[in-house]
Write a protein that binds this ligand. Structure first.
Ligand SMILES: [Zn+2]
Length: 166
């Protein structure tokens, strides 16, 4: 994927941080360009440079780019959430999916209700009033308030997740 070799005399981000000479063929150079120093800094903080080095050595070259993406993502998540790391993000997203499915089911139920009511044109007005009342009743139920609260929390978690960082 990433193929930014350290150009000329400028060392890659890893060698710069480790204060060593960036030799030609440096294993970090294709994946940790000098213009993105934070990528290696996070990975080094969480995994340690020598472990990252070992992991890359153990992988065939075509898999190293994906491994680096994964390590950078996991390291950033771990720095944000030292207890759960990226598992926290995954469960927040799963929670959000469940809440959205609940909302969707409620919306579909309302849609069916409106279709049924509108097919009985004589009683449309009365039925719509009934439906408005039903919506108000729905909103009072615990399920909806839990769903809305969950959605709100999920949105917050999502906006703080490493997906949204540059
Ligand atoms: Zn280097």
């Amino acid at each position: 994927m990433r193929d930014v070799r350290s150009s000329g005399s400028s060392p890659c981000a890893a060698c710069k941080l480790l204060r060593r000479r960036c030799a030609p063929g440096c294993i970090f150079a294709p994946y940790f360009p000098s213009e993105e120093p934070l990528m290696f800094a996070s990975v080094h903080k969480v995994f340690g440079a020598s472990n990252v080095n070992k992991m890359l050595q153990d992988l065939p070259e075509h898999k190293r780019g994906d491994a680096v993406s994964s390590m950078v993502y996991e390291a950033n998540a771990r720095l944000r959430d030292p207890v759960y790391g990226c598992v926290g993000v995954i469960s927040a997203l799963q929670h959000q999916i469940a809440q959205l499915q609940t909302q969707l089911a409620l919306a579909q139920a309302e849609l069916v209700r409106f279709r049924v009511f509108s097919s009985h044109s004589d009683s449309v007005r009365a039925e719509l009033q009934l439906s408005d009342h039903s919506i108000a009743e729905y909103r009072k139920t615990e399920n909806v308030s839990i769903a809305e609260e969950g959605l709100h929390q999920s949105m917050n978690a999502l906006s703080n997740s490493p997906w949204t960082t540059s």
